[in-house]
Design a protein. Structure first.
Length: 326
């Protein structure tokens, strides 16, 4: 990424909605620009980085429906990314795209607390000229401990096309998720997601959040747990994890949105040990589909469940069979 791009302000604007009319400016911007913390937004108002209809206002000044608020957001601190010889599980590669299968415990790109050892570091070692693309061609992310398929752009035309396709919901992603509780039918969760109002490192279903839709169907049923096939209609941060927790069926092992470990009654020692030893969310990006950005070919890829998740499901299936669950 060009150094100038890293240091430029990002200009955002939004119109005050009817239900925000009469709000204080600091309250309105917290809703309109929910990707940023309230304290940061208030500081920007005081620094003159926020204007209403081209004029600066104080945090306590009221805003009215139809007024346009403009924000000059300071760039996030940039973390240098260097090439590192980290193995990549490559499932497809040509001159324009790369499809990889990400393992657990691997952050996608450097950030505070994770300066290296990421997918981006590995990509730069695999192909050094990816330094010329934003985040080495990464166009979508998986959480650190979520496994599975990701597509990476290797050329500028591919990057532009894939970003547009993601925004247009033309990249199809299907996950496998082991959730707590027994579900007998699929469904859809259509609830907005935004920053948690008090814990800024978490996301939450919130009325001022961004539109988010998750579809799911039952794949396998176990005692006290269910394996789901999950499809994303939108791509919000932590979307599946937040939506499953919202319907009170959190992802098994989720350290942020999960609940207390629930062991099936009468489970054997092997299953109990496996469940207690599974320290990440049991979520896997199983299938990925998109139109090739240059050839126009329909591309579909699948990645088998990682060994730890497959082993856990096998033990749950044995337990269900032993207890006449099927």
């Amino acid at each position: 990424m060009d150094q100038n791009e890293q240091t430029q302000d990002r200009t955002l604007s939004a119109e005050v909605e009817a239900d925000q009319s009469g709000m204080r400016l600091d309250q309105a911007v917290a809703q309109l620009f929910s990707d940023y913390s309230r304290s940061r937004l208030t500081a920007w108002i005081k620094d003159g980085r926020v204007s209403v209809e081209g004029a600066q206002r104080r945090p306590r000044d009221k805003v009215w429906a139809g007024e346009r608020i403009t924000l000059r957001a300071e760039p996030e601190p940039q973390v240098d990314c260097v090439a590192q010889a980290i193995p990549l599980d490559i499932r497809y590669e040509d001159d324009h795209v790369l499809v990889i299968n990400k393992p657990a415990d691997r952050v996608v790109h450097p950030a505070a607390g994770n300066p290296d050892g990421t997918v981006q570091n590995a990509l730069l070692h695999h192909q050094p000229d990816l330094v010329n693309l934003p985040r080495a061609g990464i166009v979508h992310r998986l959480d650190k401990d979520t496994t599975g398929l990701m597509v990476v752009a290797k050329s500028e035309p591919a990057h532009k096309h894939l970003v547009a396709a993601l925004q247009a919901r033309e990249v199809h992603r299907e996950y496998r998720a082991l959730v707590t509780g027994e579900l007998v039918a699929g469904g859809t969760v259509d609830q907005p997601i935004g920053r948690h109002p008090t814990v800024r490192t978490r996301m939450a279903v919130h009325p001022t959040g961004k539109h988010a839709v998750t579809h799911f169907r039952v794949e396998e049923q176990y005692r006290g747990h269910t394996l789901l096939a999950v499809k994303l209609e939108t791509g919000r941060t932590h979307q599946i994890r937040v939506h499953m927790a919202y319907i009170r069926h959190p992802i098994f092992g989720d350290p942020v949105y999960g609940n207390r470990l629930r062991l099936p009654g009468g489970a054997n020692a092997e299953l109990i040990a496996a469940m207690r030893g599974f320290k990440r969310q049991a979520l896997h990006a199983y299938r990925l589909g998109f139109v090739h950005p240059v050839t126009g070919e329909d591309m579909t890829f699948e990645a088998a469940l990682p060994d730890d998740m497959a082993a856990l499901l096998a033990l749950l299936a044995e337990d269900a069979d032993a207890h006449g669950w099927y």
